[in-house]
Design a binder for this molecule. Sequence first.
Ligand SMILES: Cc1cc2nc3c(=O)[nH]c(=O)nc-3n(C[C@H](O)[C@H](O)[C@H](O)COP(=O)(O)O)c2cc1C
Length: 390
Amino acid sequence: MLRFETAGESHGECLVATLTGLPAGVPVSLDAINRQLWRRQQGYGRGGRMKIEADTAEIVAGVRHSKTIGSPVAIIIRNRDWKNWTEALPVEDADGAEDKRKRVTRPRPGHADLAGMLKYNFDDARYVLERASARETAARVAVGALAKLFLAEFGIEVLSHVIQVGSAKLERAASWQELVELSRKDEVLLGCVDAEAEARMKAVVDEAYRTGDTVGGVFEVIAHNVPPGLGSHISWDTRLDGRLAQAIVSMQAVKGVEIGLAEEGSASFGSKVQDTIHYDRDERRFTRGANRAGGLEGGITNGQDIVVRGFLKPISTLRRPLESVDLTTREPALAAYERSDVAVVPAAGVIGEAMVALVLAQAMMEKFGGDSLPETERNFGTYLEQVRNY
Ligand SMILES: Cc1cc2nc3c(=O)[nH]c(=O)nc-3n(C[C@H](O)[C@H](O)[C@H](O)COP(=O)(O)O)c2cc1C
């Protein structure tokens, strides 16, 4: 079973991630991981933190001579900002350390502050927000990059783009080629394939900057060249649609998920929603009239592109803070403000790619197994042969 875990606080020494269950022999390149980390840090609307951090991965276990060796892969990403926090967040308590804490006692509506303080019985939201922070997603992106490298060996690719920022929407479909070109860019504005729509999105972020507000949006992740037959209809927890939904909603600030054209479909008639089935005799394969289902039927991949959308709420730390309560005095107070992002939709798309890649890599290993990459490839090849000869 492929599984990953992350550890690390936003202003701690480093983030740590482990990924267990990849077969031996998967080619690993640090450049490929660092490119994904770089992509996560981009986008118009990010706060000052992204100027401090330039994330790079250090692999400390599980990879030798540029290939996985079957044992857990462990990755460290150091926090450059740590040097400014050594006294505020020391591992070992010391005399006088109490005075150097950077306490947060005015919880931000929408953040984990208040719920976490109540749950863990803290009088300071610092310990909560340090872990709730989306800084953790750098670790997800690093292991997601490994999942992408594994999937690439089978021709499967996962990319994303931004389809909405606030009320500004991309009003047309994007082609796979446009997503590929977008992912290769070395300058990222709002991660939209259409310059006109991106300019409208930027205007929304500018308005949020002007007014001390924040803004959310929608990203779309597409997995290309996925074989039919991953996931299963047989149980609630084997359905791949459910597993993808959990992976996407587990992301900080994501409050909704859509597979295929779910929202539009729920307002339409069935005849306009289901993807008709056809058979191409020359190619000896099934084709579909459209891909409104987003590549999944019955929780099983059907061979079409997987299309998953994540709906982000606006960031909860506002420069013009909302009403809250000071938990030491219990008096009304404005919520705490700490350097923060204003809009993060392109970055969320990159994190969404990582989550989708991890779920797909897990489903691939469940179906094809294998302790070495050639063994997994053999099993995959035999299955594709079966599908081709069906
Ligand atoms: C890429 C990314 C960056 C984020 N940056 C911030 C930020 O700078 N400030 C903030 O208050 N929330 C930020 N968030 C959202 C919070 O982490 C999130 O709202 C918080 O942990 C509470 O969780 P919930 O919104 O999922 O309920 C970010 C989310 C993502 C995906």
